[in-house]
Design a protein around this ligand. Structure first.
Ligand code: 3H9
Length: 735
């Protein structure tokens, strides 16, 4: 794990723990022992610490936080102290990743030489903890309180150049960082390096502490539903005190965070995100044994609200991107919108000017379908009309090379229209596609495993977190969270007069946005389209029925029929959103939705008009209003989604609970510090949720989302831990 190599009078400790050289117990012990050995050896005059696998150290081994192998070794704090107290100078040779505990190791060394492409960060905050191996105390002493308060609470990645400008590294090299470190080591042998012991220093800007801390609170306030950002600020601020006192504060705060449920959930989310790339298909095909052709060029066919967002994902990954529309104006509009997104990236310094031009050079208009004949994948962004889609894909099927993959949300309908059903797969991007990292990949009954492999790899290339699901109806992430949204609408219909009550309940819980604000952002039309489609499949035309009722609003019989269908039929539908859409409310887009929006300020404003519309609606629908407790709002919005998550597992639409959690986190702003909807179920207790689901099922038999999932029932009754849920679901007979 740590190789000790001596060349002349310099000892090198090579950290070798692939893939990212995390500081597992053996690595910590290896560094500790290596420093002791070099210190005891009179022939050694300097020590270099470097990483094998072309990377320095990406931090502590996160798996060990919750799953210690019982191997008692030195702590990282002991390692960092051992490094700083070394009687011989220690030089860190840094490249690729220098993060978390890895950065704590580096700043405990006496000198740091870095490759210019190194990425530095203290990402602990994203795992619900803080750099608790002296990082919050040493880093501000080495750099400044200002820089530490920027870096540690945000967890942001910074470059070697920024590290150099802030005194975090001593030298940057363009190549051969190890050789540079060896050369550097030979220049410091036998020189006094006492002043290089970081803990002996003070931050250079302690006089500015008050202002810097206030600024850090303001900058990070959006993340204060999580404990870690606040605690990181407190810990860094303690660096203005003498080192020993600061260290005690760091330890106390670190302990509080480590034992908070949030840290556990955030670390779970870290691994859940990575686990989605380990996909499996029925029949034994999986990410290890199946290869897909690389996707080096794509064509986006059609143009809608999301097109430019999707296009920029491919441009940023340097994938040749053709945009195909029948009119030149539509093509040009997509180009302008894509350019605007990239220009904004450039303005916000997410990309350089050079990258901006390089990315745009991957954009190509396709005026004729022949131009896209050789692309590796075609992505459907056509209007939601299946006949149009079938017609266009039939034509493309004749034109495109046989290995071109067709990506569409209408898998079965497109597959049956072409001669390449094995090459048809679903890709669902989430809006705005240039920001949202979730990509739902759906396989149909005929999709070939190699097609799945190609598209899952493509997802990785365009930096998406891709979740593989089997195709049923609609988007799985929408189904998962949509049931909670329906509950919110029902509660509004049934007596809650203020939409903010439900939204606040969800936002207090930690959701990025309340249910009604989400409807407004997605757009009323999109929400109603789902409802319209569901009803159409049952042979019911929503618009026709409403027109009939509208013509005879005072006709009790018609109103009753309208009401009866939805209320006394087998199922109730959330019609109030439809009602608002008929009144011309489109959501944030036109400034009118469940809230109002002005052109200057897109913040939602409470709209009293909704209450008036509600009152009329209730009268017409014959709804008897009642009151709701906060608990009922909470349970109905969240437990309905938990129950749906279990159904998605037992129906074998998703393979494991982690996939469902990632959908809720990345597609719907579910709080990361809770870990995802399934992790929430585990923390809350499945027994408790199952009891509530059964209770609501009795109360609301016309809402099928409350029919208890068989899987939920089983895990609740047998108290089965989450790690077995996927396995049990897969062993249940197919529904
Ligand atoms: C810390 O240091 C606490 C200290 O302050 C001490 C306090 C007392 N541990 O992301 P990738 C695995 S906290 C264990 O796909 P990339 C990962 O699961 C730590 N495993 O690669 C995956 O495994 P698999 C602070 C880790 O190139 C594989 O490595 N540090 C760790 O896209 C490849 O990962 C962090 O938070 C780890 N620390 O991105 C950094 N890191 O193949 C966390 C990775 O089985 N890591 N793995 O799925 C990262 O952000 C990214 O992995 C990194 C590389 C940017 C480094």
């Amino acid at each position: 794990m740590v190789d000790y190599v001596q060349e002349n009078n310099i000892a090198t400790l090579w950290v070798n723990n692939p893939p990212v050289n995390s500081l597992s117990s053996n690595v910590r012990q290896g560094i500790y022992d290596g420093i002791a050995r070099a210190n005891d050896d009179p022939t050694v005059k300097a020590i270099v610490i470097a990483g094998r696998n072309r990377t320095f150290i990406a931090g502590a081994d996160i798996k060990e936080f919750s799953n210690s192998d019982g191997n008692i070794s030195v702590s990282l704090v002991e390692v960092t102290d051992q490094l700083e107290n070394s009687s011989k100078p220690v030089i860190a040779a840094i490249e690729n990743f220098c993060m978390g505990g890895g950065l704590e190791v580096a700043i405990s060394c006496h000198y740091r030489i870095a490759h210019h492409k190194t990425r530095f960060a203290f990402p602990e905050v994203n795992l619900g903890i803080l750099p608790g191996a002296t990082g919050t105390q040493r880093f501000p002493r080495l750099t400044s309180l200002r820089f530490a308060l920027d870096i540690i609470p945000s967890g942001r990645v910074f470059s070697a150049e920024e590290a150099f400008d802030n005194s975090a590294v001593d030298k940057i090299v363009d190549d051969k960082v190890y050789e540079a470190a060896l050369n550097f080591a030979s220049t410091v042998i036998d020189k006094d390096f006492n002043s290089r012991r970081t803990s002996k220093r003070s931050p250079p800007d302690t006089d500015l502490l008050g202002d810097l801390v206030s600024k850090a609170y303001v900058t990070n306030s959006k993340r204060f539903k999580e404990l870690a950002p606040k605690y990181c600020i407190k810990a860094v601020a303690a660096a203005a005190k003498p080192y020993d006192q600061g260290l005690l504060i760091e330890r106390d705060l670190a302990f509080q965070l480590f034992t908070s449920g949030q840290a556990n959930a955030l670390q779970y989310a870290f691994f859940a995100e990575r686990s989605t790339s380990k996909w499996e298909l029925p029949g034994g095909f999986n990410w290890k044994n199946t290869n897909g052709r690389p996707i080096n060029s794509v064509a986006i066919v059609g143009s809608g609200k999301m097109t430019a967002g999707i296009v920029t994902c491919f441009l940023r990954a340097k994938i040749r991107t053709f945009v195909f529309n029948t009119t030149e104006m539509a093509n040009r509009q997509v180009f302008i919108n894509s350019m605007n997104i990239l220009a904004n990236d450039r303005k916000k310094r997410r990309i350089t000017a050079e990258e901006y031009y390089i990315y745009l050079s991957y954009f190509t208009y396709a005026k004729s379908p022949k131009i896209i004949a050789k692309v590796d994948a075609v992505i459907d962004d056509l209007p939601q009309d299946v006949n149009i889609k079938r017609d266009i894909f039939q034509k493309l099927d004749r034109i495109c090379k046989p290995s071109t993959i067709f990506c569409t949300m209408e898998i079965e309908k497109i597959a049956s229209a072409t001669k390449r059903p094995k090459m048809v797969i679903g890709t669902h991007f989430f809006a705005p596609a240039n920001v949202m990292r979730l990509l739902e990949v759906e396989y149909g009954p005929e999709t070939a495993p190699r097609t799945v492999a190609a598209i899952m790899n493509m997802g990785k290339k365009i930096r998406k977190v891709s979740v593989l699901v089997s195709n049923r109806t609609g988007v799985v992430a929408n189904r998962l969270m949509g049931v909670g949204t329906d509950q919110a609408v029902f509660m509004l219909e049934d007596g809650i007069n203020d939409q903010r009550l439900i939204d606040n309940c969800m936002e207090d819980f930690g959701m990025a946005m309340g249910k009604f604000k989400t409807i407004d952002i997605i757009g009323m039309d999109a929400n109603v389209d789902v409802l319209r489609k569901t009803l159409n499949e049952q042979g019911y035309d929503l618009d026709e029925n409403r027109n009939m009722v509208r013509k005879s609003l005072n006709n009790f019989l018609h109103s009753y029929t309208y009401y009866a269908f939805f209320k006394y039929g087998s199922r109730r539908y959330p019609l109030f959103t439809y009602e608002l859409s008929v009144l011309g409310k489109k959501g944030e887009r036109n400034g009118y939705g469940y809230y109002r929006y002005t052109t200057e300020n897109r913040q939602p404003i409470y709209d009293e008009e909704i209450v008036e519309i509600l009152k009329n609606y209730r009268k017409r629908m014959g709804i008897q209003t009642r009151t709701f407790t906060y608990q009922e709002i909470f349970e109905r919005c969240l437990y309905s989604s938990v129950n749906e998550g279990f159904k998605i597992l037992e129906e074998k639409i998703a393979h494991k609970p982690q996939d469902i959690d990632v959908m809720s986190l990345m597609g719907y702003g579910f709080p990361r510090q809770v870990g995802g909807i399934m992790k929430f179920a585990e923390t809350t207790g499945t027994e408790r949720i199952y009891e509530a689901v059964c209770r609501y099922n009795k109360l609301y038999p016309d809402q099928p989302c409350w029919r208890p999932s068989k899987l939920l029932e089983r895990v609740a009754k047998e108290n089965i831990p989450m790690k077995y849920w996927g396995q049990i679901a897969n062993s249940m007979s197919k529904l």
